[in-house]
Design a binder for this molecule. Structure first.
Ligand code: SF4
Length: 237
C-alpha cells in the first residue's frame, strides 16, 4: 500500500468532543484504513485526495501545543483518539501519542485510550502510573479471516485480545469496543472473558463497506436480526 506521510504543525490539539469532554487526534488519517471507517470524512475536511488509509499527517508539535492548552482548559476526560488510531504503525517512530499521554498523566487528567493496536503496551509505564487512565481495544469479530476482509491492515484479533489481557492483569481498567459488530463477533464472548471491565457494542452504521459484505456473500450480517442475535450472545460478557 502507498503511504504519503507529512509532518505538519497543527494549530490546536485538545479539542472539545461530543463523546467525551475532549479529544486528541495526534494524526490526521489512519494507516489501518479499515473498509468501514467513518473517519474517512477527514479526507473532505482536510482536502486530502489520497485514498483513506494512504495518507497520514503527523502533528509533530502536538506535545508543545498540549503543554500550553492544558493550562488554559478545565480538567476533563480526554479521548485518545476519535478520528485516527493513536497507535497506528507510525506512532512507533513518531511517539506523538506517547508524548501527549506523558503530559496528561503528569497533569493528572483522566484519559480514555481507544485503539486497534497492541503497540499501546509500549506505554504501559505511563498508563500504569497515571491516576485515571483506561484502555479500550476495538475488536470487531472473533474470526481473523473475517478481520482480514474488513480490516486487512489492522493488527490480528488475537494480538488485541492478548493486549487487553496484559493491560487488565497490570491493573488497568480495560474495555472492548465491539463496533461495528462484524460476522462471527459472537465468539468474542469467550475470548474476552476475564480480560475487560466493560464492553461497548454498536452495529455497522455506515455503508462504506457494503461492497465487502456483497463480495463475500455476508449480507445477512447487515440485518437487524443479525445484530440483535449477536448482541444477545455477547450479553454474557
Ligand atoms: S483503526 Fe479506527 S480510525 Fe483507523 S481506519 Fe480503522 S476504524 Fe478508522
Amino acid at each position: 500500500m502507498n503511504l504519503v506521510v507529512k509532518e505538519i504543525q497543527a494549530k490546536s490539539i485538545l479539542s472539545v468532543s461530543k463523546v467525551y469532554p475532549y479529544v486528541i487526534n495526534p494524526y490526521i488519517g489512519c494507516q489501518h484504513g479499515c473498509s468501514y471507517c467513518y473517519a474517512r470524512f477527514m479526507k473532505r475536511v482536510t482536502g486530502h485526495k489520497e485514498p483513506w488509509g494512504e495518507f497520514v499527517d503527523v502533528k509533530i508539535n502536538a506535545a508543545s501545543l498540549l503543554e500550553r492548552e492544558i493550562q488554559k482548559k478545565k480538567r476533563g476526560r480526554v479521548w485518545v483518539s476519535g478520528v485516527c488510531d493513536p497507535y497506528q504503525p507510525l506512532e512507533a517512530t513518531y511517539t506523538v501519542t506517547r508524548q501527549c499521554l506523558e503530559i496528561l498523566a503528569h497533569q493528572n487528567w483522566p484519559v480514555i485510550i481507544q485503539t486497534r493496536s497492541p503497540l499501546v503496551l509500549r506505554d504501559l509505564d505511563i498508563i500504569k502510573d497515571a491516576e485515571d487512565f483506561e484502555v479500550g481495544l476495538s475488536v470487531t469479530t472473533a474470526d481473523d479471516g473475517i478481520r482480514r476482509l474488513f480490516e486487512p491492515h489492522a493488527p490480528p484479533i488475537n494480538d488485541r485480545i492478548e493486549a487487553l489481557d496484559e493491560l487488565h492483569k497490570a491493573g488497568i481498567r480495560t474495555y472492548a469496543m465491539i463496533a461495528p459488530v462484524l460476522p462471527r463477533a459472537e465468539g468474542l464472548a469467550d475470548l474476552l472473558k476475564g480480560k475487560i471491565d466493560y464492553v461497548l457494542i454498536d452495529r455497522m452504521n455506515y455503508h462504506y463497506a457494503d461492497w465487502v459484505y456483497r463480495k463475500y456473500g455476508l449480507e445477512d450480517a447487515l440485518t437487524d436480526d443479525f445484530f440483535y442475535l449477536t448482541t444477545q450472545k455477547l450479553a454474557s460478557l
